[in-house]
Design a protein around this ligand. Sequence first.
Ligand code: NDP
Length: 433
Amino acid sequence: ARRNPDEPEFQQAVLEVLDDLSPALTRHPEYAEQRILERLCEPERQLMFRVPWRDDQGQVHINRGFRVEFNSALGPYKGGLRFHPSVDLGVIKFLGFEQIFKNALTGMNIGGGKGGSDFDPKGRSDAEIERFCQSFMTELHRHLGEHTDVPAGDIGVGAREIGYLFGQYRRLANRWEAGVITGKGLEWGGSRVRTEATGYGSVLFTQRMLERVGKALDGQRVVVSGSGNVAIYSVEKAQHLGATVVACSDSAGYVVDDKGLDLDLLKQIKEVERERISVYAERRVGARYVEGGSVWDVPCDVALPSATQNELDADAARVLVRNGVIAVAEGANMPTTPEAVQVLREAKVLFGPGKAANAGGVATSVLEMRQNARRTSWSFQHAESELAETMSDIHDRCEEAAERYGAPGDYVLGANVAGFERVASAMLAQGLI
Ligand code: NDP
């Protein structure tokens, strides 16, 4: 804490991992000798830069840009960019730190990194977004490359922003280097299923957890938080698997639709019109909107927090348990507070941590890079079956590690240990750097 003051989210993410690692360190004294943990907690490089841009009225704005290149022992830095007013160095460091373990868990060759800006895209015109993205990339481009650092989207950065960012990179580098960024449009190097991957993956992970205890998603009542990229495709996959998704939210409130959410309407409002979730209740008979409040008050069997960090606290967890929740999987990064995780663990609720449950997005990004390298493009079906296999492997890696360390069914411990072992052994093999 002394070394990283004013970075509560980063401290939280580190403590959460360290808590689970002592048995692994006892088993591997060489990790302690080589100070692997201290090295892991210190980013290899962190960049902060000015992002000046002009709004539609000609006014000048100055934002701050970040890229934390955390660890490249397993491959080029890989992790998304977040545009949200709450972004600061501590938030980017927490996300970058988690990304190291998540990427290790995929079994693929990618290191961990994360970036973004405190820019608020809400209410900005297309032209303003374009100018901001161009200014942001004007500085960032010199640090990127398909073998160096490969960003993608996150909160506030979707297909539109990736387009502007890639365009500016291509112009500055004078090179059409598809592998430098993922989440691209299908016509210019993108992969089928990348848009759906994080949400689909978190639901597939949930399905695997349920199967392990002889249950399935079919017939379950599901609540999802958020209504962005991860939330929408979690709804879609849960519906495909026979669940009824009865609620979703945004930062202003939530909607409840007991008949099950109308996915086409949800996509129209969020993806096409970029409107607030309250509009859903205005247009859908039988649905209601609750301003403020907690979406976790809506009774469900399965909860999928898919909005942002620390959105599900101990009180919310108690409500979920009281209402009989059987599984919780984190579509978002660190949405469940440590106290809430404790409540869920004690109540024996199946709990999929974000590092494992939401790794489908980054895994499909690697599939995108593979297609780019081979100058090919897979069908939806092929990309989706690769995703399903990856999620199943991630699940099994967590399960295996949890068993090996005497905590069967503890996916938090399993994810932390399995991710750590892979990065630590690569760091050890590569010497003191
Ligand atoms: P989007 O920007 O598409 O959507 C974010 C959603 O979360 C919006 O509905 C937004 O509501 C809501 N939200 C954001 N901040 C808050 C807040 N402070 N309180 C309540 N709701 C909030 O982002 P994504 O769907 O891409 O990302 C969601 C989460 O998933 C993040 O934690 C991200 O790191 C994680 N993730 C994303 C991946 C991806 O591939 N996209 C991969 C792995 C993890 P509003 O519009 O009101 O702000």
